[in-house]
Write a protein that binds this ligand. Structure first.
Ligand SMILES: O=C(O)CCC(=O)C(=O)O
Length: 307
């Protein structure tokens, strides 16, 4: 099923061994404990604070999203950090972007999708106290134009302790073997823009991923996952990137559905170049077929919203 068939010997030489790789293939996710050290985590947390507090200007192309309850005036945050739900597309910030090229992360990513990879998305997810902040169960493949799905993987690293109480990730194991489902905005009063939910999901087998700082979960883009509400008075922050192998093909009919961006190659011979691979859209694959138009509008709205 997966592009790289690792033999036992070569797998033992990497951070992810053959057994862990088999677990990823079986369940659609793998938590690698203690992958990033505290000193490095603090550098990313400090950079996030600098940007959010206005001490460093946001890099070109970076999107800072306010939490919807703050934007609507339903919650009055007591600090700038309490207002922010997410920072997206941080590739032009050299400090944050060191996450995408961190050797430990890249090594695991390469074990899963193969050598020669590009980043296709980057995010810092903040779950401040006092807001809803839940992320409905969804599949990330909805947002990505590339296929095959097995050549895409997410990495998500806890920047602080992540627990059931502060809204850890929730996964539905083995759902990566299914199809990309129809998505839409769930009927929640306070849903952050672009947080689509997969429809008709049986969540009875869900697993909560409590993680320590530096623990990193790698997951498949069809795996159904989401996260709960932060019921504590602290933050729940994580840094995350999506990667794909460079030999994927562009499968969407349309470009720019979720914004235009270039995809930067971060490992292998073409490191530093931007992806310009094959287009293969004979099936007419269009993410808008999986979403209602009114739900798509919520993404356009957030892009215009001042922080
Ligand atoms: O960090 C979270 O709370 C959820 C992140 C997530 O599922 C996503 O952005 O796809």
């Amino acid at each position: 099923m997966f592009p790289i068939a690792m033999n036992q010997e070569s797998a033992l030489m990497t951070r992810i061994n053959a057994q862990q790789l088999a677990a990823y293939e079986e369940n659609g996710y793998l938590v690698v404990p203690n992958l990033i050290d505290d000193a490095q985590l603090q550098i990313w947390v400090e950079r996030l604070s600098e940007i959010v507090e206005g001490r460093t200007p946001p890099a070109n192309g970076m999107l800072m999203m306010k939490d919807v309850m703050v934007a609507k005036g339903e919650v009055n945050p007591s600090s700038k950090m309490e207002a922010i739900a997410k920072i997206q597309d941080f590739e032009n910030d050299p400090v944050l972007d060191s996450y995408t090229t961190h050797p430990a992360i890249l090594e695991c990513v390469e074990s899963i999708v193969g050598k020669d990879v590009q980043t296709i998305h980057t995010m810092l997810i903040n779950k401040p106290p006092n807001v809803d902040g839940r992320h409905p169960l969804h599949q990330d493949l909805l947002y990505f134009p590339f296929r095959p799905a097995d050549k895409i993987v997410a990495s998500w690293t806890a920047l602080e302790p992540v627990t059931r109480e502060n809204g850890c990730l929730v996964v539905l194991p083995k759902t990566h073997r299914g199809e990309l489902l129809k998505h839409g905005n769930p009927d929640w009063e306070n849903l952050n823009a672009g947080y689509f939910g997969a429809q008709n999901v049986d969540a009875s087998q869900r697993v909560h991923l409590a993680m320590n700082p530096g623990d990193t979960v790698f997951f498949h883009p069809i795996l159904i996952h989401g996260s709960g509400r932060n019921k504590t008075q602290g933050f729940r922050r994580a840094i995350s990137a999506h990667y794909s192998a460079v030999d994927v093909e562009w499968a969407w009919v349309t470009e720019g559905t979720f914004g235009d961006r270039q995809y930067r190659i971060v490992s292998g011979d073409r490191k530093g170049e931007f992806w310009s691979g094959k287009r293969h859209n004979e099936n007419g694959l269009d993410p808008r077929d999986l979403l209602r138009n009114e739900d798509l509008k919520s993404i356009a709205a957030v892009k215009k919203r001042p922080t």
